[in-house]
Design a binder for this molecule. Sequence first.
Ligand code: TXE
Length: 489
Amino acid sequence: MNTTYSQFIDGASTSNANSETWINYNPANNKPLGEVSQASDEDIEAAVRSSERAFHIWKNKTGAERGRVLIKAAQILRSRLEEIALIETNDVGKPIFESLAVDVSSAADALEYFGGMAATIHGEFVDLKNAFGYTRPEPLGVCAGIGAWNYPIQIAAWKAAPALACGNAMIFKPSELTPATAIELAKAFMEAGAPPGLFNVLQGDGKVGARLVDHPGIAKISLTGSVSTGKKIFTSAASQLKRVTLELGGKSPLIVFEDADIHNAVSAAMLANFYTQGEVCSNGTRVFVQRKIFDSFLMQLKNRTEKIRIGDPTDPETQMGALISKVHMEKVNRFIESGKSSGATLLTGGVRPKKDFKGRDISSGNFVTPAIFTNCDDSMEICKEEIFGPVLSILSFESEEEVIDRANNTPYGLAAGVFTNDIKRGHRVIHQLQAGTCWINNFNITPIELPFGGYKQSGQGRENSLAAIQYYTQLKSVYVELGNVESPY
Ligand code: TXE
């Protein structure tokens, strides 16, 4: 255990001998990976001062100059793809095939997308006869990014890329459970030519997050996390009228109509529940299947789910890894017990495997086999609460009106999916679902070109796409007189 996860401030790792520390564990075997040091108040002050200095340099660069740094950082990430993917897999417990194909690549995609866009961010010209007006989208200042543990480098890049493209600086606090790859992103920015402090990293738990939110030097906060943390941050930011973007949890519906392509719909239901061990905020954990195809859908789903290769996350053939922590695994297990005791039938999975698909001992890791509950009722806890683990609840329905009502009967509104070959029905149903991110005939696809975010208690604001620019800029209107001042005095 040689690794120390320290702060990354003003272009370099810094250590504070007096700081509080904790051990970061590998979820696949619960062996220590390294020691994390909690950012002190002095570290927070140093990070804010350093980011303010970087902001004054960075905001005066042209969009094209900023874009070049972001695109270079993306190239650096891609050149280190395998190394960073392995760090992520060891830190999070997710299979290496995911970290290679999605996590690091999607971080690079965000840097390329917003890097390419940086030179095009512009205001509007308004002709006013003897005057004219124009607008300037100006940066906000030093923004705080606060991340969750399920997609550490992707979350860091989804927040940093638009923030930096618009001319802001960012202080990023990763989850206390996944301290590793935000530092790799910070190093990539430095190597790409960013001024020191443009992207600082502070390690720590919610106390460090809360101090950042309250700090008068922070102009805006962007969180990915739970609804309860989102509410705390929103409340605290309101006292200083700071801007917030909140990307929170969900209990999203996936609706499969009887005319759907069943093979594709089963694939989507599995992706919507078992990718990243089910630890995905937009997961479609309530799978509504129309009565006529229910039995055949369920049979195919069960057969294919039982073939998922669970085991050592560093093995390229592994399809499902370990849950983030023992504490989280116990929480997921409590939900599985709650499902059973409320009368649902656990059709398959939901147990801790001792051996993986190649017969290796995985009993010390946080593994839970993919679980399917049937005979469910909308009012059961497993159908209402966000479990954040590999637990799918399948529900049957008769009519379109009924399923729309049931799908919307939740305080969440992050995502929704519909499977049908009837193009009119697909759009008609999607338009009535109360969710910010929707799919027809697929699920959990999040291209950087489309806005991502939630309705209702699933969030505020949007990440990705052109829409993200408005959340990292403030609009200045300038009126220019071409005539005389008309004065009544
Ligand atoms: O989230 P938290 P956790 C959901 C999921 C999961 C639950 C708990 O349901 O089971 O959240 O996960 C920081 N002020 N999601 O504990 O607690 C914290 O240090 C400022 C959904 O990870 O919300 C971490 O960096 N910051 C999610 C971040 O907030 C605070 C993915 C998220 O922590 C803070 C992961 C405070 N008062 C979990 N308290 C998604 N939407 O993808 C905590 N933090």
